[in-house]
Design a protein around this ligand. Structure first.
Ligand code: ASP
Ligand code: MG
Length: 423
């Protein structure tokens, strides 16, 4: 008998019919001889709708505690309805809020982090032969207030629950058949990846792939939770994400490239003509960090010999552009640099693959493919298993398709997208 955590995202429980389909799937899985705990997201666009209503009631900043009370309600609706739908099929089911499921968090409303997971009531329900359903994306703080984990946080709830229950697998049900070599909404010829390492998945999630919440992937790596990402709209096998597996001979058989992630929501700041002396980068980057903005890629050019100045460029979420520009401008007079430039609408393409470690030709092939597609590269950064380039946002989708083809990732048949927006 296996213990499974099955997590269903918003598009999988968007209305009553979808809810009944999920109930059938859960019941079939349990009847096949498994213990099943379920984690659900809010139905369809419920979280966005709640945010809109809050904005109508109180434009601008709102009490964070009350926002969490409000947003956590979305998942509570799903869990209760799903419990009823499962009951209807003759299987006992009990729903639990994050607090009831033992999800203890810090008190950072809107982006709480899990501190401790004690799912005693969930375990008791499974031991009694029932299905336990847990509301995703929420917990209870050390001050006993309701918290939420940040947008997309239900994946993290599912992985944390799977870790605490020592589940055999955490299944993430979504609206595509798994992880693809690129977003199938942009590259219809994208290929489903059958298995991928957790390190590659982390790189994909950190660089714009929307399918899994980054924190959930980090949690899965830390607690070695095997993940299976698959569609709730089909019975097809999805993508297995392998944890704790050393990269040995059998991984050498794997493709050099596992996928292409892209991010079209970035901006770029350049501080021009910074006097070349120790501490300059620390000052600029420090000021941006203190403004609460996280920086992505940083490039400093080599200082020109006579001027003794250099330019420092970095990318950041487009939505933080104004805040970060103000923080850098505030340093301009004191540090004596020439100008601060801001470009919105930059895009990032990231090529990810454990196999590129041992393959030196990947970078040149990537740059040649972009050149052939007429895409200008503005910045480059690499890790052991990733190469990222920054380009103009309007070139990004063409760039992704060109690189996908250049690395021979195209499949014969078009990928199926069952619903949702991929966000
Ligand atoms: N309902 C929340 C959101 O939309 C959490 C989730 O779906 O994972 O962000
Ligand atoms: Mg989600």
């Amino acid at each position: 008998m296996a213990l499974l955590v099955m997590k269903f995202g918003g598009s999988s429980v968007s209305d009553a019919a979808a809810m009944r389909r999920v109930a059938q799937r859960v019941v079939a899985t349990q009847r096949a001889g498994n213990k099943v705990a379920v984690v659900v997201s809010a139905m369809g666009d419920t979280t966005d709708d709640l945010l809109d209503t809050a904005e109508e009631v109180s434009p601008g900043p709102k009490p964070a505690r009350e926002m969490d009370m409000l947003l956590s309600a979305g998942e509570r609706i799903s869990m209760a309805l799903l419990a009823m739908a499962i009951h209807e099929l003759g299987v006992p089911a009990k729903s639990f809020t994050g607090a009831q499921a033992g999800m203890r968090t810090d008190a950072e409303h809107g982006r709480a982090r899990l501190l401790d997971v004690q799912p005693g009531r969930v375990r008791a329900t499974l031991d009694e032969g029932g299905v336990a359903i847990v509301a995703g994306f929420q917990g209870i703080s050390t001050d006993d207030d309701i918290t939420t984990l940040g947008r997309g946080g239900s994946d993290t709830t599912a992985v944390a629950l799977a870790a605490a229950l020592d589940a055999d697998v955490c299944e993430i049900y979504t609206d595509v058949d798994g992880l693809y070599t690129a977003d199938p909404r942009i590259v219809p010829s994208a290929r489903r990846v059958t298995r991928i390492t957790i390190e590659e998945t982390l790189e994909m999630a950190a660089h714009g792939a929307k399918i899994l919440h980054l924190r959930a992937v980090e949690y899965a790596r830390r607690f070695t939770v095997p993940l299976h990402v698959r569609s709730s709209f089909s019975d097809k096998e999805g993508t297995w994400i392998l944890v704790g597996r050393p990269l040995t001979e059998d991984t050498m058989e794997e493709p050099i490239i596992s996928g292409i992630a892209h991010d079209s929501s970035l901006g770029k700041i350049t501080a021009v003509g910074i006097p070349d002396r120790p501490g300059a980068a620390a000052s600029v980057v420090g000021a941006v960090a203190r403004a609460g903005v996280s920086i992505d890629m940083i490039v400093q050019n080599v200082s020109t010999s006579d001027a003794h100045t250099s330019d420092l460029s970095f990318t950041l979420p487009e939505t933080d552009g104004a805040t970060a520009v103000a923080a850098v401008r505030a340093l301009q007079a004191e540090m004596g640099f020439a100008d601060v430039l801001y470009t919105s609408h930059v895009g990032k393409l990231s090529l990810v693959g454990a196999g590129m470690r041992s393959n030196p030709s990947v970078a040149s092939k990537l740059f040649a493919a972009l050149a052939d597609a007429g895409v200008n590269i503005e910045m480059i950064s690499t890790s052991e298993i990733r190469i990222s380039v920054i380009c103009d946002q309007s070139d990004l989708e063409d760039a992704v398709r060109a690189v996908h083809t250049a690395f021979e990732l195209d499949a014969e048949e078009a990928a199926v997208v069952y619903g949702g927006t991929g966000r």
